[in-house]
Write a protein that binds this ligand. Structure first.
Ligand code: PM9
Length: 459
C-alpha cells in the first residue's frame, strides 16, 4: 500500500484566533460583497482558502530574520543575502527585487514586448497576460490540450505542445516572438506541473529559433516535487536539485515570492543577461524603488532569502503537497468533481459539473464560491469566465473550458481538521446545488475584473 501520511515537519508556536459567524451574518456579508469573495472582510471568514499568496505562516527563523532587517536606502545587507540565495538556489546571476510578482511582470513586459508581438505561454495567468497586453503584446496559449480537460489524468498537464509553437512561428514569424513564458505548476490549469523532459524540448526549440525562455517561477518548488514523484530518473534527486535544474534551463524569471517562498510580500525579476539586468535596473527605479530594494523592506528581503531555503526542503514539500492531496482524496470520497490530478497549491472544483443548471454566462464558479462561503464561512476563489475576462480586441468574454472554484491551501497554516470541515461544507453545498442561482454583473471593472467586480443573483 502507498504511504499516504504526510505529517507536518514543524510544530505550532503561536496561533491566530478565528471568528465563527452565523448563516444569517454570512448571507448579509456576501450580499454586501456583491457575491465576490474578494470583497468579503477577512474577519467574516472562518477558513480562508482564497489564495496561497502572502498568507503562509513564516517560520521562527524567518521571523528572526525580520529582526535583522538592514533598512538602509541603498545597498542593504539583506539584498546581497537575497541575491546570493537566488544564485545558489535558482541559478540566476542577477536579481531585481520588486514589491510582488506583477511588479516583475510589468518591468519585463515593458522591456521585451513591442506593439504587435506575440507571447506564447503554457496557459494564461491573469496579471501576466494583462502586462503583456498593456505592453502591446498578444498572449498565445501553447499548453497541451489535456490541460483544458478537468478529467484528464495526464501527469504533466503543464507541458507545452511544440506543434502549437511551430504553428505560431509559421503564422507570425519568430521575430514577432520576444520570449516564451513558461510557468511551473501552472496555476490556471489547476496547479499542474511541467516535466523536465518537456522543458528541455522547449529549451532546444528556443535555441533553434533564438527566442528567450522566461520562467514564471512562482511555484517552482511544488513543480519540482511532482517531477521527483512522477518523472523517470528523478526519484533520487532532491527538490532542491530539481529546482536548480529547472531554473538553469531558462534565461530569466519572474517570481511572486508570496507563494513558494512563504513571505507575506515581495517578488523579483531575475536573469542571466547583463544587458537585460541593466535595463531592468533603469525601470525598477521608476515603478518600484532602488534596484537594491525594489519595493521591499530590508527585513522582507531577509525573510525571503530564508524562505527560499525552507521551500526546497523535501519534508516540507511532502507535507505541503500531502495536505492538498488529502483534501482532494476526501472530496473524491464524497463524489465531488475536481480537477485531476490534484494540484500543487489547491484543489479545483468543477463548477460546471456541480451547477449543471447554471450556464457559463451566469458565472457558475462565482456562484458556487459565494454559496460555499454562505454554507460554512469557507472562502474560495472563482477561476473561470470571470477571471478569464474579455478579449482585448473584440471585447467578447473568454469562455474557458475550465470553470473552476479554487480551494487554495496556504502553506503551514491550516490543520487536517480544517480540511475535514471544508470537505463537509463542499459536500453539503453539492447536496443543495439546485437551489444555487446564477449571477450577473452589476459592476464590471475593465481590467482584472475578478478582483473588484460585483454581481447580483438572477431569479
Ligand atoms: N497569484 C493567486 O492567488 C495572487 C493574485 S491573483 C488572485 O494565485 C502566478 C503564476 C501567480 C501570481 C499570483 C502572479 C502574480 C504571477 N504568476 O500576486 O503580483 O499565481 O505577487 O503575483 C495569485 P503577485
Amino acid at each position: 500500500m502507498d504511504k499516504q501520511s504526510w505529517a507536518e515537519p514543524y510544530k505550532i508556536k503561536m496561533v491566530e484566533l478565528l471568528k465563527m459567524t452565523t448563516r444569517e451574518e454570512r448571507e448579509k456579508a456576501i450580499e454586501e460583497a456583491g457575491f465576490n469573495t474578494f470583497l468579503l472582510r477577512s474577519e467574516d471568514v472562518y477558513i480562508d482558502l482564497l489564495t496561497d499568496s502572502g498568507v503562509g505562516a513564516m517560520s521562527d527563523r524567518q521571523w528572526a530574520g525580520m529582526m535583522m532587517g538592514d533598512e538602509s536606502y541603498a545597498g542593504s545587507r539583506n539584498f546581497y543575502h537575497l541575491e546570493q540565495t537566488v544564485k545558489d538556489y535558482y541559478s540566476y546571476q542577477f536579481t531585481v527585487p520588486t514589491h510582488q510578482g506583477r511588479g516583475a511582470e510589468n518591468i519585463l513586459s515593458q522591456i521585451l514586448i513591442k506593439d504587435g508581438d506575440f507571447v506564447p505561454g503554457n496557459m494564461y495567468f491573469t496579471t501576466t497576460r494583462l502586462h503583456q497586453e498593456l505592453a502591446g503584446g498578444t498572449f498565445v496559449d501553447v499548453i497541451i490540450d489535456e490541460a483544458h480537460d478537468s478529467a484528464s489524468t495526464h501527469p504533466f498537464k503543464g507541458n507545452v505542445d511544440l506543434d502549437k509553437l511551430n504553428r505560431l512561428v509559421e503564422e507570425v514569424g519568430s521575430e514577432k516572438i520576444p520570449y516564451i513564458c513558461i510557468a511551473t505548476c501552472v496555476n490556471m490549469a489547476g496547479g499542474q506541473p511541467i516535466s523536465i523532459s518537456n522543458l528541455k524540448e522547449v529549451r532546444r526549440w528556443c535555441d533553434q529559433h533564438q527566442i528567450m525562455l522566461v520562467h514564471d517561477m512562482t511555484r517552482v518548488a511544488e513543480n519540482a516535487y511532482f517531477i521527483q514523484q512522477r518523472e523517470e530518473g528523478y526519484q533520487n534527486k532532491s527538490v532542491k536539485e530539481i529546482v536548480y535544474e529547472i531554473c538553469s534551463l531558462t534565461d530569466a524569471a519572474t517570481m511572486s515570492s508570496k507563494k513558494d517562498a512563504m513571505v507575506n510580500i515581495g517578488g523579483f525579476l531575475a536573469m542571466n543577461d547583463a544587458e537585460l539586468y541593466e535595463r531592468a535596473c533603469e525601470l525598477v527605479v521608476v515603478y518600484e524603488g532602488l534596484h537594491t530594494y525594489g519595493g521591499m523592506a530590508g527585513r522582507d528581503m531577509e525573510a525571503l532569502a530564508i524562505g527560499i531555503k525552507e521551500s526546497v526542503d523535501d519534508a516540507h514539500m511532502a507535507a505541503r503537497i500531502g495536505q492538498v492531496a488529502y483534501l482532494g482524496r476526501e472530496l473524491e470520497k464524497h463524489g465531488v468533481p475536481i480537477v485531476k490530478p490534484y494540484g500543487g497549491h489547491a484543489i479545483f472544483l468543477d463548477a460546471q459539473a456541480i451547477l449543471k443548471h447554471v450556464p457559463q454566462e451566469n458565472f457558475p464558479a462565482q456562484a458556487l464560491a459565494a454559496a460555499l462561503y454562505v454554507e460554512s464561512g469557507v472562502r474560495s476563489m472563482e477561476r473561470g469566465v470571470v477571471s478569464a475576462g474579455r478579449n482585448k480586441d473584440t471585447g467578447e468574454n473568454y469562455y474557458p473550458k475550465l470553470e473552476l472554484v479554487r480551494l487554495t491551501i496556504p502553506r503551514r497554516v491550516y490543520t487536517q481538521a480544517h480540511m475535514d470541515v471544508v470537505v463537509e461544507s463542499v459536500a453539503q453545498v453539492m447536496e443543495d446545488a439546485e437551489s444555487i442561482k446564477g449571477l450577473e454583473f452589476i459592476y464590471e471593472p475593465k481590467m482584472l475584473r475578478f478582483f473588484q467586480g460585483r454581481f447580483k443573483q438572477i431569479s
